[in-house]
Design a protein around this ligand. Structure first.
Ligand code: AMP
Ligand code: MG
Length: 346
Protein backbone atom coordinates (compact mmCIF):
# COMPACT_ATOMS: atom_id res chain seq x y z
CA UNK A 1 0.00 0.00 0.00
CA UNK A 2 2.75 2.35 1.00
CA UNK A 3 4.49 1.57 -2.33
CA UNK A 4 1.41 2.50 -4.32
CA UNK A 5 1.01 5.86 -2.53
CA UNK A 6 4.65 6.63 -3.29
CA UNK A 7 4.12 5.91 -7.00
CA UNK A 8 1.05 8.12 -7.12
CA UNK A 9 2.96 10.91 -5.46
CA UNK A 10 5.84 10.51 -7.93
CA UNK A 11 3.43 10.55 -10.90
CA UNK A 12 1.67 13.61 -9.50
CA UNK A 13 4.95 15.38 -8.86
CA UNK A 14 6.14 14.61 -12.37
CA UNK A 15 2.91 16.01 -13.76
CA UNK A 16 3.31 19.15 -11.69
CA UNK A 17 6.94 19.48 -12.81
CA UNK A 18 5.99 19.19 -16.50
CA UNK A 19 3.19 21.71 -16.03
CA UNK A 20 5.59 24.10 -14.29
CA UNK A 21 8.22 23.88 -17.03
CA UNK A 22 5.53 24.62 -19.60
CA UNK A 23 4.14 27.54 -17.59
CA UNK A 24 7.41 29.15 -16.56
CA UNK A 25 9.79 28.08 -19.29
CA UNK A 26 12.29 30.57 -20.61
CA UNK A 27 10.47 33.79 -21.44
CA UNK A 28 11.53 34.71 -24.98
CA UNK A 29 9.16 37.65 -25.36
CA UNK A 30 11.77 40.25 -24.33
CA UNK A 31 15.27 40.96 -25.46
CA UNK A 32 18.08 42.92 -23.79
CA UNK A 33 19.86 45.34 -26.13
CA UNK A 34 23.29 45.99 -24.61
CA UNK A 35 25.97 48.56 -25.40
CA UNK A 36 29.37 49.16 -23.74
CA UNK A 37 30.64 52.53 -24.98
CA UNK A 38 34.31 53.35 -24.41
CA UNK A 39 35.83 56.55 -23.04
CA UNK A 40 32.98 57.43 -20.69
CA UNK A 41 34.19 59.27 -17.57
CA UNK A 42 37.48 57.36 -17.62
CA UNK A 43 35.83 54.08 -16.62
CA UNK A 44 33.73 51.15 -17.85
CA UNK A 45 30.15 51.67 -18.99
CA UNK A 46 27.27 49.31 -19.77
CA UNK A 47 23.88 50.45 -21.00
CA UNK A 48 20.96 48.01 -21.27
CA UNK A 49 17.47 48.48 -22.69
CA UNK A 50 15.06 45.55 -22.28
CA UNK A 51 12.29 45.66 -24.87
CA UNK A 52 9.63 43.36 -26.33
CA UNK A 53 11.09 41.36 -29.23
CA UNK A 54 10.77 43.40 -32.41
CA UNK A 55 11.39 46.77 -30.74
CA UNK A 56 15.19 46.57 -30.86
CA UNK A 57 15.41 49.70 -33.04
CA UNK A 58 13.64 51.75 -30.34
CA UNK A 59 16.10 50.39 -27.80
CA UNK A 60 19.05 51.39 -30.00
CA UNK A 61 17.72 54.94 -30.23
CA UNK A 62 17.44 55.08 -26.43
CA UNK A 63 21.01 53.83 -26.08
CA UNK A 64 22.23 56.45 -28.61
CA UNK A 65 20.63 59.20 -26.52
CA UNK A 66 22.00 57.75 -23.27
CA UNK A 67 25.55 57.54 -24.63
CA UNK A 68 25.31 61.11 -25.88
CA UNK A 69 23.99 62.32 -22.49
CA UNK A 70 26.95 60.73 -20.68
CA UNK A 71 29.46 62.29 -23.10
CA UNK A 72 27.80 65.69 -22.66
CA UNK A 73 27.98 65.51 -18.87
CA UNK A 74 31.66 64.56 -19.10
CA UNK A 75 32.30 67.47 -21.49
CA UNK A 76 30.68 69.91 -19.03
CA UNK A 77 31.91 68.62 -15.68
CA UNK A 78 35.26 66.86 -16.08
CA UNK A 79 38.27 68.58 -14.52
CA UNK A 80 40.42 66.39 -16.83
CA UNK A 81 39.19 68.38 -19.84
CA UNK A 82 40.53 71.92 -20.30
CA UNK A 83 37.50 72.66 -22.49
CA UNK A 84 34.87 71.78 -19.84
CA UNK A 85 32.67 74.38 -18.17
CA UNK A 86 34.01 73.38 -14.77
CA UNK A 87 37.59 74.02 -15.95
CA UNK A 88 36.51 77.49 -17.17
CA UNK A 89 35.12 78.25 -13.71
CA UNK A 90 38.31 76.98 -12.09
CA UNK A 91 40.50 79.15 -14.37
CA UNK A 92 38.35 82.28 -13.88
CA UNK A 93 39.63 85.27 -11.96
CA UNK A 94 37.79 86.79 -9.00
CA UNK A 95 34.63 88.76 -9.92
CA UNK A 96 34.53 87.37 -13.48
CA UNK A 97 31.07 86.10 -14.43
CA UNK A 98 31.35 82.65 -16.05
CA UNK A 99 28.16 81.55 -17.77
CA UNK A 100 27.33 77.88 -17.30
CA UNK A 101 24.75 75.43 -18.64
CA UNK A 102 21.56 74.61 -16.76
CA UNK A 103 22.99 71.15 -16.12
CA UNK A 104 26.14 72.40 -14.41
CA UNK A 105 24.17 75.04 -12.48
CA UNK A 106 21.82 72.37 -11.12
CA UNK A 107 24.69 70.09 -10.04
CA UNK A 108 26.40 73.01 -8.28
CA UNK A 109 23.23 73.93 -6.38
CA UNK A 110 22.71 70.26 -5.44
CA UNK A 111 26.34 69.92 -4.33
CA UNK A 112 26.05 72.96 -2.10
CA UNK A 113 22.85 71.49 -0.56
CA UNK A 114 24.64 68.22 0.24
CA UNK A 115 27.57 70.18 1.69
CA UNK A 116 25.12 71.77 4.14
CA UNK A 117 23.25 68.53 4.86
CA UNK A 118 26.49 66.59 5.43
CA UNK A 119 27.91 69.25 7.76
CA UNK A 120 30.66 70.07 5.24
CA UNK A 121 31.82 66.47 4.64
CA UNK A 122 30.77 66.53 0.98
CA UNK A 123 32.52 69.59 -0.38
CA UNK A 124 32.78 70.14 -4.14
CA UNK A 125 35.00 73.18 -3.50
CA UNK A 126 37.81 70.93 -2.27
CA UNK A 127 39.69 70.93 -5.62
CA UNK A 128 42.90 72.56 -4.26
CA UNK A 129 43.18 69.82 -1.61
CA UNK A 130 42.63 67.11 -4.23
CA UNK A 131 45.36 68.60 -6.46
CA UNK A 132 47.75 68.85 -3.50
CA UNK A 133 47.31 65.18 -2.57
CA UNK A 134 47.52 63.97 -6.18
CA UNK A 135 50.82 65.83 -6.55
CA UNK A 136 52.01 64.35 -3.25
CA UNK A 137 51.22 60.89 -4.64
CA UNK A 138 53.17 61.55 -7.84
CA UNK A 139 56.17 62.95 -5.94
CA UNK A 140 56.01 60.31 -3.22
CA UNK A 141 56.18 62.69 -0.26
CA UNK A 142 53.57 64.01 2.15
CA UNK A 143 52.52 67.66 1.82
CA UNK A 144 53.73 70.03 4.55
CA UNK A 145 51.16 71.18 7.14
CA UNK A 146 51.38 74.75 5.83
CA UNK A 147 50.56 73.52 2.29
CA UNK A 148 47.55 71.60 3.59
CA UNK A 149 46.30 74.65 5.50
CA UNK A 150 46.80 76.88 2.46
CA UNK A 151 44.89 74.46 0.20
CA UNK A 152 42.03 74.28 2.72
CA UNK A 153 41.82 78.06 3.03
CA UNK A 154 41.97 78.77 -0.68
CA UNK A 155 38.52 77.46 -1.67
CA UNK A 156 35.13 77.19 0.06
CA UNK A 157 31.46 77.69 -0.77
CA UNK A 158 31.54 81.21 0.64
CA UNK A 159 33.86 82.06 -2.28
CA UNK A 160 31.23 81.07 -4.89
CA UNK A 161 28.14 82.99 -5.92
CA UNK A 162 25.70 80.78 -7.86
CA UNK A 163 23.61 83.02 -10.11
CA UNK A 164 20.81 82.28 -12.58
CA UNK A 165 23.09 83.01 -15.52
CA UNK A 166 26.42 81.75 -14.21
CA UNK A 167 28.97 81.52 -11.44
CA UNK A 168 31.11 84.22 -9.88
CA UNK A 169 34.07 83.61 -7.58
CA UNK A 170 35.25 85.91 -4.79
CA UNK A 171 38.82 84.59 -5.01
CA UNK A 172 41.05 83.49 -7.89
CA UNK A 173 42.12 80.40 -5.96
CA UNK A 174 38.61 78.99 -5.40
CA UNK A 175 38.14 75.83 -7.46
CA UNK A 176 35.59 73.05 -7.88
CA UNK A 177 35.71 69.28 -8.32
CA UNK A 178 32.56 67.30 -9.17
CA UNK A 179 34.27 63.89 -9.12
CA UNK A 180 32.01 62.83 -6.23
CA UNK A 181 28.69 63.61 -7.90
CA UNK A 182 28.91 64.15 -11.69
CA UNK A 183 28.93 60.43 -12.44
CA UNK A 184 25.64 60.07 -10.58
CA UNK A 185 24.17 63.00 -12.49
CA UNK A 186 25.33 61.44 -15.77
CA UNK A 187 23.84 58.05 -14.86
CA UNK A 188 20.49 59.72 -14.17
CA UNK A 189 20.55 61.53 -17.52
CA UNK A 190 21.42 58.34 -19.38
CA UNK A 191 18.77 56.39 -17.47
CA UNK A 192 16.07 58.92 -18.40
CA UNK A 193 17.11 58.80 -22.04
CA UNK A 194 16.70 55.02 -22.19
CA UNK A 195 13.43 55.04 -20.26
CA UNK A 196 12.01 57.65 -22.61
CA UNK A 197 12.46 55.17 -25.47
CA UNK A 198 9.73 53.03 -23.90
CA UNK A 199 11.41 49.98 -22.35
CA UNK A 200 10.35 47.20 -19.99
CA UNK A 201 13.71 47.41 -18.25
CA UNK A 202 16.67 49.78 -18.00
CA UNK A 203 20.17 49.40 -16.57
CA UNK A 204 22.91 52.04 -16.60
CA UNK A 205 26.25 51.02 -15.10
CA UNK A 206 29.17 53.45 -15.05
CA UNK A 207 32.20 52.07 -13.23
CA UNK A 208 30.07 49.84 -11.00
CA UNK A 209 27.61 52.59 -10.00
CA UNK A 210 24.18 51.68 -11.33
CA UNK A 211 20.60 52.77 -11.80
CA UNK A 212 17.92 50.28 -12.78
CA UNK A 213 14.21 50.10 -13.45
CA UNK A 214 11.74 47.43 -14.50
CA UNK A 215 12.88 43.92 -15.39
CA UNK A 216 15.81 42.12 -16.98
CA UNK A 217 15.38 40.03 -20.16
CA UNK A 218 13.99 37.10 -18.12
CA UNK A 219 11.33 39.38 -16.70
CA UNK A 220 12.94 39.38 -13.23
CA UNK A 221 14.10 42.22 -10.97
CA UNK A 222 17.71 43.31 -11.55
CA UNK A 223 20.20 41.55 -9.25
CA UNK A 224 22.68 43.76 -7.42
CA UNK A 225 25.82 42.35 -5.83
CA UNK A 226 27.95 44.48 -3.49
CA UNK A 227 31.65 43.67 -3.60
CA UNK A 228 33.62 43.00 -0.45
CA UNK A 229 36.78 45.16 -0.26
CA UNK A 230 38.60 42.40 1.66
CA UNK A 231 37.43 39.10 0.25
CA UNK A 232 35.92 37.25 -2.67
CA UNK A 233 32.47 36.68 -1.13
CA UNK A 234 29.99 39.47 -1.89
CA UNK A 235 29.01 41.68 1.04
CA UNK A 236 25.40 41.65 -0.02
CA UNK A 237 23.09 40.68 -2.87
CA UNK A 238 19.55 41.81 -3.48
CA UNK A 239 16.96 42.36 -6.18
CA UNK A 240 16.16 45.96 -7.08
CA UNK A 241 12.98 46.89 -8.95
CA UNK A 242 13.87 50.58 -9.29
CA UNK A 243 16.63 52.77 -7.91
CA UNK A 244 20.33 53.42 -7.81
CA UNK A 245 23.31 51.83 -6.02
CA UNK A 246 26.63 53.69 -5.78
CA UNK A 247 29.81 52.67 -3.99
CA UNK A 248 32.70 54.81 -2.78
CA UNK A 249 35.82 53.23 -1.48
CA UNK A 250 39.51 53.66 -1.08
CA UNK A 251 40.33 50.03 -1.90
CA UNK A 252 40.55 50.76 -5.61
CA UNK A 253 41.40 54.45 -5.85
CA UNK A 254 44.11 55.87 -3.60
CA UNK A 255 47.53 57.50 -3.60
CA UNK A 256 50.41 55.62 -2.01
CA UNK A 257 53.16 57.52 -0.18
CA UNK A 258 55.94 55.65 1.68
CA UNK A 259 53.95 52.43 1.42
CA UNK A 260 50.89 53.98 3.07
CA UNK A 261 47.60 54.19 1.13
CA UNK A 262 45.73 57.47 1.27
CA UNK A 263 42.10 57.65 0.19
CA UNK A 264 41.16 59.69 -2.89
CA UNK A 265 38.38 61.15 -0.72
CA UNK A 266 39.49 64.22 1.23
CA UNK A 267 38.16 65.11 4.64
CA UNK A 268 37.55 68.84 4.09
CA UNK A 269 37.56 69.45 7.84
CA UNK A 270 41.20 68.39 8.18
CA UNK A 271 42.53 68.83 4.63
CA UNK A 272 43.76 65.24 4.83
CA UNK A 273 42.58 62.05 3.11
CA UNK A 274 39.61 60.45 4.84
CA UNK A 275 40.48 57.32 6.81
CA UNK A 276 38.90 54.12 8.07
CA UNK A 277 36.00 53.66 5.63
CA UNK A 278 37.21 51.23 2.95
CA UNK A 279 33.79 50.93 1.34
CA UNK A 280 30.41 52.70 1.43
CA UNK A 281 27.41 51.58 -0.63
CA UNK A 282 24.33 53.78 -0.84
CA UNK A 283 20.93 52.90 -2.31
CA UNK A 284 18.68 55.80 -3.30
CA UNK A 285 15.97 56.55 -5.83
CA UNK A 286 18.35 58.47 -8.10
CA UNK A 287 22.07 58.12 -8.81
CA UNK A 288 23.07 61.71 -8.01
CA UNK A 289 21.84 61.26 -4.43
CA UNK A 290 23.47 57.84 -4.05
CA UNK A 291 26.79 59.08 -5.52
CA UNK A 292 27.06 62.23 -3.39
CA UNK A 293 26.08 60.51 -0.16
CA UNK A 294 28.44 57.57 -0.72
CA UNK A 295 31.27 60.12 -0.90
CA UNK A 296 29.93 62.03 2.14
CA UNK A 297 29.77 58.83 4.22
CA UNK A 298 33.31 58.01 3.06
CA UNK A 299 34.29 61.05 5.14
CA UNK A 300 31.80 60.82 8.01
CA UNK A 301 31.72 57.05 8.52
CA UNK A 302 28.86 55.55 10.54
CA UNK A 303 28.35 58.86 12.35
CA UNK A 304 26.97 60.27 9.12
CA UNK A 305 24.11 57.74 8.92
CA UNK A 306 21.79 60.08 10.86
CA UNK A 307 22.33 62.78 8.26
CA UNK A 308 21.11 60.69 5.30
CA UNK A 309 17.97 61.98 3.56
CA UNK A 310 14.79 60.02 4.36
CA UNK A 311 14.59 56.67 2.62
CA UNK A 312 18.26 56.54 1.61
CA UNK A 313 19.98 53.28 2.58
CA UNK A 314 23.64 52.71 3.41
CA UNK A 315 26.05 49.88 4.06
CA UNK A 316 29.57 50.72 5.33
CA UNK A 317 32.68 48.67 5.94
CA UNK A 318 34.89 50.20 8.60
CA UNK A 319 38.35 49.11 9.72
CA UNK A 320 40.97 47.20 7.76
CA UNK A 321 41.72 43.72 6.47
CA UNK A 322 42.58 42.34 9.92
CA UNK A 323 39.67 43.85 11.77
CA UNK A 324 36.64 45.17 9.93
CA UNK A 325 32.96 45.51 10.61
CA UNK A 326 29.91 46.04 8.49
CA UNK A 327 27.42 48.73 9.51
CA UNK A 328 24.00 49.36 7.98
CA UNK A 329 21.19 51.78 8.70
CA UNK A 330 17.74 50.38 9.50
CA UNK A 331 16.46 50.81 5.93
CA UNK A 332 19.39 48.82 4.51
CA UNK A 333 19.08 46.17 7.20
CA UNK A 334 15.47 45.65 6.13
CA UNK A 335 16.53 45.32 2.47
CA UNK A 336 19.24 42.77 3.21
CA UNK A 337 16.74 40.67 5.20
CA UNK A 338 17.89 37.09 5.41
CA UNK A 339 21.15 37.84 3.60
CA UNK A 340 22.11 39.44 6.92
CA UNK A 341 25.56 40.74 7.64
CA UNK A 342 28.27 38.26 6.69
CA UNK A 343 31.66 38.77 8.33
CA UNK A 344 33.45 41.23 6.01
CA UNK A 345 36.73 39.38 6.40
CA UNK A 346 35.47 36.36 4.37
P1 AMP B 1 33.50 58.99 -5.30
O1 AMP B 1 34.31 57.94 -5.95
O2 AMP B 1 32.13 59.19 -5.87
O3 AMP B 1 33.46 58.87 -3.81
O4 AMP B 1 34.21 60.39 -5.62
C1 AMP B 1 35.53 60.63 -5.25
C2 AMP B 1 35.97 61.87 -5.95
O5 AMP B 1 35.26 63.00 -5.42
C3 AMP B 1 37.43 62.18 -5.74
O6 AMP B 1 38.24 61.54 -6.71
C4 AMP B 1 37.45 63.68 -5.87
O7 AMP B 1 37.41 64.04 -7.24
C5 AMP B 1 36.12 64.10 -5.23
N1 AMP B 1 36.19 64.31 -3.77
C6 AMP B 1 37.15 63.91 -2.89
N2 AMP B 1 36.84 64.24 -1.63
C7 AMP B 1 35.64 64.88 -1.70
C8 AMP B 1 34.78 65.47 -0.71
N3 AMP B 1 35.07 65.45 0.58
N4 AMP B 1 33.62 66.04 -1.14
C9 AMP B 1 33.30 66.05 -2.47
N5 AMP B 1 34.06 65.52 -3.44
C10 AMP B 1 35.22 64.93 -3.07
MG1 MG C 1 30.38 59.85 -5.06
Amino acid sequence: MAGRVAVVVVVLLTAIAIWQTRGTGPDLSRVAVVRSPEGIMGTTCTLVAVVPRGREAHAQRGLDAAEQALREVDALMSTYLESSEISAVNRAAADELVSVSEELASVLVYSRDVWRASDGAFDATCRPMIELWRRAGREGSLPADAEMDAARESSSWKDFELLDNGVRKAKDTARLDLGGVAKGFGIDRAFEAIRAAGCDGVLVDVGGDVRVDGVDARGEAWKITVRNPFGPKPLAAFGLAAGSVCTSGDYERFVEIDGVRHSHIIDPRTGRPAGSVPSVTVVATDAMTADAWATALGVLGAEGLDRLPTGVEALLVEGDERSCRMITNREMERRLGEFGKPPCSE
